[in-house]
Design a binder for this molecule. Structure first.
Ligand SMILES: Nc1ncnc2c1ncn2[C@@H]1O[C@H](COP(=O)(O)OP(=O)(O)OP(=O)(O)O)[C@@H](O)[C@H]1O
Ligand SMILES: [Mg+2]
Length: 361
């Protein structure tokens, strides 16, 4: 008998450790609503310490109400309702003066189907985090709509004008309008490609096709891209360290990372844009730096966010997705990226990547 008691206590202690490890709040009551257990997350979310709750009544300690002010526990009525009922779907609820919590429950029956309710397990999740996520989704939709609308408005405006008054314009005027339409169409295509990358990064569906990548050659290519777009070749400098290891990376994604960082150096920075590639203990580090104003330390975490653009960068036509995508691509390779002040005073974006292994290894 004594042994069983000790065993029971050991099991109870182990259970309480386990429920305290859960990321969600958990409350367990008996069929009358007497509280049997409250885990650490539930105590944190409700601001009611476990020792003030256990042994007391659910409706007294946790008087959850829905958005219409109805008492949740009363409406739940564990003993009433159909005997087959067990799952109580998640709902947003409030405690008096408290934040919104997402609450779900399960009526544990004995025997499992159609038996009497033995216990009620209740899970709590922070509603604030979810509300923030939903708000950021809504923001995303409105930002995307806005970003798509401005080039499309211009496409529509110029084509409508050209169709209506074709004969009234000179060839040169028509050419200028068509060039604008062409550029705006490119902008829409680019935005959509970027958005697809963002959604792949966010959902973890980004696939890497690793191969041996010659980083200095990729850097030269990124520079050549800017030169082809009209920049002076003297604006760029490439510094390559000794003994670079063999790197197994996704070449297209590396190109995308470098093109974005070099473009930012040109567009948001000033002076020479330097790409430096050096080996580090477990891979390589690549820094792209310029001699412009740089990024203020307090803004550093923000530059990697979606749609974040610094003060006058909006006028420069970007969407603010570039660095978010760069970070996602670097991290997909197991690397990290940071921004700091370059020795020359501008911005220095530095990413490191592990050497990687072939896909089939
Ligand atoms: N080299 C840099 N020097 C100074 N500020 C920079 C630099 N690179 C980025 N920034 C700041 O970070 C912001 C976000 O950069 P990001 O590349 O994500 O967006 P973007 O360049 O504005 O648009 P795009 O989506 O076309 O890349 C920029 O708007 C700019 O304010
Ligand atoms: Mg950019």
């Amino acid at each position: 008998m004594h042994g069983e008691d000790t065993d029971g206590r050991v099991v109870a202690a182990a259970c309480s450790i386990v429920i305290d490890d859960l990321p969600d709040g958990l409350i367990v009551t008996d069929r009358f609503g007497r509280i049997l257990a409250v885990n650490r997350a539930a105590a944190r979310l409700t601001a009611v310490p476990a020792e003030r709750a256990v042994g007391r009544d659910m409706s007294e300690v946790f008087p959850f109400r829905d958005n219409d002010g109805r008492e949740w526990w009363k409406a739940l009525d564990p003993e009433g309702g159909l005997r087959t009922r067990s799952r109580v779907p998640e709902r947003p609820l409030h405690l008096p003066g408290g934040q919104e919590l997402y609450v779900a429950a399960r009526l544990v029956r004995e025997p499992e189907r159609c038996g009497d309710v033995e216990r009620v397990t209740i899970t709590l999740r922070d509603g604030g985090a979810r509300a923030r996520l939903e708000r950021s989704r809504a923001d995303l939709v409105s930002t995307v709509a806005h970003e798509l609308r401005s080039p499309l408005t211009s496409v529509k405006g110029f084509t409508a004008t050209l169709l209506a008054k074709w004969t009234r314009f000179t060839d040169e005027q028509k050419r200028v309008m068509l060039e604008t339409v062409n550029n705006d169409a490119d902008r829409v295509t680019r935005l959509i490609t970027e958005l697809l990358d963002v959604s792949r990064i966010e959902s973890g569906r980004l696939e890497l096709h690793r191969q041996v990548v010659d980083l200095p050659a990729r850097a030269r290519r990124a520079i050549a891209g800017r030169v082809a777009a009209g920049e002076q070749e003297e604006r760029f400098r490439l510094v390559v360290g000794d003994d670079l290891p063999e790197m197994w990376l996704d070449q297209d994604k590396v190109d995308q990372i470098l093109a974005n960082l070099v473009e930012n150096g040109v567009r948001h920075g000033r002076g020479t844009v330097t790409i430096e590639i050096e080996s580090v203990e477990w891979g390589v580090a690549v820094s792209v730096r310029d001699e412009g104003e740089g990024v203020k330390p307090e803004l550093a975490p923000r530059v990697f966010r979606q749609f974040w653009r610094g003060g006058n960068s909006r006028r420069r036509g970007g969407t603010g997705l570039g660095l978010f995508i760069v970070k996602g691509l670097v991290e997909a390779h197991g690397g990290t990226i940071t921004v700091q002040r370059a020795p020359e005073g501008g911005a220095e974006f530095r990413f490191t990547m592990p050497t990687g292994t072939p896909d089939f290894a």
